[in-house]
Design a protein around this ligand. Structure first.
Ligand code: PLP
Length: 482
């Protein structure tokens, strides 16, 4: 593309983006199309001849836009709400224009060094002590895989990197521990590492969905007696369903007592600690071997940007570093600068630190903390309404900005009917298009979640959602009981 054409279309696209964000409340949040319809609307054969950009952009708008679920809008409150903020969008644009690959320090020194600086800034904002080495991965799922590979590498005398795990009857069966409320990415990592699903023991949680530490210790003792080799524990700060906070300091005591790797999953809630009043949520993380915080979840950085911190970068490197001749370089001999390819499976590395750095500077710690405080306030408003309104029931504590509740009309105690009622209410909200909510199950009860996390969600949005929920609760109750 000619640079002048790029300028023209670039301006057009930036205008489009600004209008999209300005008018974002006009789109149905959850895409309303039927499965397969986008594929049918697109040509099955690839273009033989160049096509005009005008046509490509028109197809984007007319064909693709209706098939998008709008994550970057205030009404998105499903799963965990995220935001691609202005500085983050601009950072992404620059990063794709530069297209650097920070696999080695020399393949883009500024990208490697900015990553170290931005992650050290973030460490300071979160109130975590030095030394803490950080790298940015695409997702927490990748990060936990790397962390548990390092945990496995840290077990003395097993030589798994060299000899693998298969066909070795002398190897003890490895076991990792996490809570029943942990994210599925922990289990996926264990599967991928060849440890096997039985190698993950899920520890029960207490009435507030936090890991039961006494049960953890009992499980470790039992497993040791039965010949297992415990090697890691993964507590969560901000679990996926209810955002509960596992007691990391007590888990750290156990890890130290039994010589286990402590990996903390703070993917969602860790960002909240940019608010100094919330530094306490990361208590115990100073003793973690590794820790994940996802700025792409609650720090207004466009997906993808997941930070893996570790106090033991040498162990991560021992698990992953492999330098073929064609990548050998003077810097790989010393410790002066890292070659980021050494800290994971991926060779190629996007310049993700640019958007993070731009977001951290644009908002500053105060600006980020203020936005997070507002989300917490809005969540407490919803909690208050749920508690005050007959026919609604809170199903979990709300330590952050995700509210778990259900519709529970007086006199209706049939659990199957309550599940059906809540599913119908949530579907009605999602079909109406102003909001998108998702659900979980807590103690086997269908639970609606309101996850507040988009930068632009305001009190008016929350009030409008609450009005919709009350309406649909009434109309669907009639259907269920008729
Ligand atoms: N950990 C927790 C607690 C999560 O809630 C999630 C996703 O929501 C993940 C890990 C996985 O995150 P990612 O999508 O970055 O792999």
């Amino acid at each position: 593309m000619d640079p002048e054409d790029l300028r023209r279309y670039g301006h057009q696209i930036v205008d489009w983006i600004a209008d999209y964000l300005k008018n974002s409340r006009q789109y149905p949040v959850l895409s309303q199309i039927t499965p397969g319809s986008i594929r049918l609307a697109l040509p099955a054969k690839p273009p033989e001849q160049p096509e005009p950009m005008e046509q490509i952009l028109a197809d984007f708008e007319q064909t693709l836009m209706p098939g998008l679920t709008h994550w970057n809008v205030p009404g998105f409150m499903a799963y965990f709400a995220i935001t691609s903020s202005g500085p983050g969008i601009l950072g992404e644009m620059l990063s794709s224009a530069l297209n650097v690959n920070a696999m080695l320090w020399r393949t883009s020194p500024a990208a490697t060094e900015l990553e170290q600086v931005a992650l050290d800034w973030l460490r300071q904002m979160l109130g975590l002590p030095k030394p803490l080495f950080g790298v940015i991965n695409d997702t927490a799922s990748t990060g936990v895989l790397y962390a548990l590979a390092a945990a496995r590498e840290a077990i003395p005398d097993l030589a798994i990197r060299q000899k693998g795990m298969a066909g070795r009857p002398e190897l003890p069966r490895l076991r990792c521990y996490t809570s029943e409320q942990a994210h599925s990415s922990v289990e996926k990592a264990i599967i991928t590492l060849g440890i096997g699903q039985e190698g993950l023991r899920k520890i029960p949680t207490d009435s507030e969905f936090r890991m039961d530490v006494a049960a953890l210790e009992r499980a470790i003792e039992e497993d040791l007696a039965a010949g297992w080799r415990p090697f890691a524990v993964v507590p969560t700060i901000g679990t996926t369903s209810t955002t509960s906070i596992d007691p990391v300091p007590a888990v750290a005591d156990i890890c130290e007592r039994y010589g286990l790797w402590l990996h903390v999953d703070a993917s969602y809630a860790g960002s909240a600690a940019v608010n100094p009043d919330l530094h306490w949520i990361l208590a115990g993380c100073e003793r973690a071997d590794s820790l994940i915080v996802n700025p792409h979840k609650w720090l207004f950085v466009p997906i993808d940007c997941s930070v893996l911190y570790t106090r033991k970068p040498d162990v991560v490197k021992a698990a992953f570093s492999l330098i073929p001749e064609y990548l050998r370089n003077a810097e790989s001999q010393g410790d002066e600068v890292p070659n980021l390819m050494d800290y994971g499976n991926a060779l190629g590395r996007r310049f993700r630190s640019l958007k993070l750095w731009m977001v951290l500077r644009y908002f500053g710690q105060e600006g980020l903390a203020a936005r997070i405080r507002e989300h917490l306030r809005l969540a407490q408003l919803v909690v208050k309404w749920v508690k005050e309104t007959p026919g609604f029931e809170l199903l979990a504590p709300t330590p952050f900005s995700t509210v778990c509740f259900r519709v529970h009309p007086q006199g209706l105690d049939d659990e199957a009917k309550l599940d059906a009622l809540n599913e119908r209410v949530m579907n009605r909200v999602n079909e109406a298009g102003h909001f998108f909510l998702s659900h979980t199950k807590l103690h086997d009860k269908y639970t609606i979640r309101i996850a507040i996390g988009n930068l632009h969600t305001n009190e008016q949005d929350i009030r409008a959602l609450w009005a919709e929920l009350q309406n649909y609760a009434q109309s669907e109750l009639k259907v269920i009981t008729s």
